[in-house]
Write a protein that binds this ligand. Structure first.
Ligand code: GTP
Ligand code: MG
Length: 426
């Protein structure tokens, strides 16, 4: 048997309609991962719905509503084998109404492409997505400048967009010397898998070559930590029983493990025994960090646990916090943030309203002890108190459970990391 290729969760993000789904669909088709026949069917479907041009997007946009409206609503995951990697490609929605789904996807991804249409350049969701990718841990983010056909394949326009995006990524904290840009026309399949003949001025890699040149993610450090598995959904499957699903963030989950799930419905947590684990519809004996799995549990009913709960081992139970100290950066707040502000925190799979109870110190652009408020572009040390039971970990101990996005009235206002915490008394 050939050695397994490294696994990588890879996301496509960017402003609505800039061509994320089309890029994924075309990448899968041009690399032989979607059959001619399946593609024909999607083409017909697009014609029927009066959505010619969306046929490649339909590869990922499977929901009826998505196809009728021509927008992505929820995440869609697809297996994709390249020469170097075993990818799970995640297509995220760009529409502002569905940013919360994009957040879940970004939290699952190790790397990704930011798709920016050359016709439009940097837009509201371009900014929001880059910011979220950075805070939620998408470490390797590269850029597709799409719809080059509509920009007459002009190098001048491409360069303008590259400059705009570079500025944004630098501001958010990416090392722009490592970011690769590819001019593409996804609808026509140019520079995704096959080199374009219309852009002779571009001599760099194709999108697929950029993906193959990614740094493999070293999961061994995460695997050595205690188990943390945030639950994304819970199913009751006839003949099988209760099956929570989620992604292993740290540690290893094995069949027959005894685990503890917190906060669970009663807020105190509940024990369970793992009877079976499944990934991509195949039964496995153990799951590693990065694996999206379903696992059958004994000892709980479907009502005991829910999205936002976290599984850990009996000897290292995930922390339900009384409050926590965080470093936050304010991105997009209509006025200023003061003590008492209670927006929704998106952290691992949980969404819980939390209150700013203390502004300890402004860190940038200048240091101010106990500021009265913080505003856009500023970062600060703050104290936060959840309004409900919530699992948070120090980012230093369990990075994926220590990062969060803060949202209010449909926009991401800020994001941050947890530096310290006080556990709730049992
Ligand atoms: P959301 O998921 O809703 O945010 O949109 P998206 O970014 O996935 O865009 P999608 O792939 O659905 O494409 C939107 C529209 O742009 C469709 O009409 C596509 O046919 C068109 N499109 C995408 N790529 C290209 C391209 O390279 N050239 C041209 N001319 N049109 C494109
Ligand atoms: Mg889409």
């Amino acid at each position: 048997m050939a050695a397994a290729k490294p696994h990588m969760n890879f996301i496509f993000v960017g402003h609505v309609d800039h061509g994320k789904s089309t890029s994924v669909g075309r990448l899968l088709y041009d690399s032989g991962n979607v059959s001619e026949q399946a593609m024909k069917k999607l083409e017909e479907k697009a014609k029927q719905l009066g959505k010619v041009g969306f046929e490649f997007a339909f590869v990922m946009d499977n929901l009826k509503e998505e196809q009728e409206r021509g927008v992505t609503i929820d995440l869609s995951h697809q297996k994709f084998m390249s020469d170097k990697f075993d990818f799970t490609v995640i297509d995220a929605p760009g529409h502002r109404d569905f940013v919360k789904n994009m957040i879940t996807g970004a939290a699952q991804a190790d790397a990704g492409f930011l798709v920016v249409a050359a016709t439009d350049g940097v837009n509201a969701q371009t900014k929001e997505h880059v910011f979220l990718c950075k805070t939620l841990g998408v470490k390797q983010l590269h850029v597709l400048v799409n719809k080059m056909d509509l920009a007459k394949y002009e190098e001048k326009r491409y360069k303008e967009v590259v400059e705009e995006v570079t500025k944004l990524m630098k501001m958010v904290g990416y090392d722009v010397t490592k970011v690769k840009f590819v001019p593409v026309a996804s609808l026509k399949g140019e520079n995704l898998v096959k080199k374009s003949e219309n852009m002779p001025w571009y001599t760099g890699p194709t999108a697929l070559e950029v993906m193959n040149a990614l740094d493999p993610v070293d999961h061994s450090k995460l695997a050595a930590l205690a188990l943390r598995l945030p639950i994304q959904d819970v199913y009751n499957i006839t003949g099988v029983g209760v099956v929570p699903v989620g992604r292993v963030e740290t540690g290893v989950l094995k069949v027959n493990d005894k685990i503890f799930i917190v906060p669970a419905r009663d807020g105190k947590g509940i024990g369970a025994e793992v009877k079976a684990i499944e990934m991509h519809h195949e039964s496995i004996q153990q799951a590693q960090p990065g694996d999206n799995i379903g696992f059958n549990c004994r000892g709980i009913t479907v009502k005991d646990v829910a999205r936002g709960d976290v599984c850990g081992p009996m000897d290292s139970i995930p922390s339900i916090v009384e409050d926590f100290t965080a470093q936050v950066i304010v991105l997009n707040h209509p006025s200023v943030i003061t003590v008492g502000y209670t927006p929704v925190f998106h952290i691992h799979t949980a969404q819980v309203a939390c209150q700013f109870t203390e502004l300890i110190k402004k860190l940038s652009p200048e240091v101010v002890e106990k500021p009265d408020f913080i505003k856009n572009g500023e970062s600060a040390l703050v104290k936060i108190k959840p309004t409900k039971n919530l699992v948070v970990e120090k980012a230093m101990d369990f990075q994926p459970l220590g990062r969060f996005a803060i949202r209010d009235s449909g926009v991401t206002v800020a994001a941050g990391v947890c530096l310290d915490l006080t556990k709730k008394k049992a």
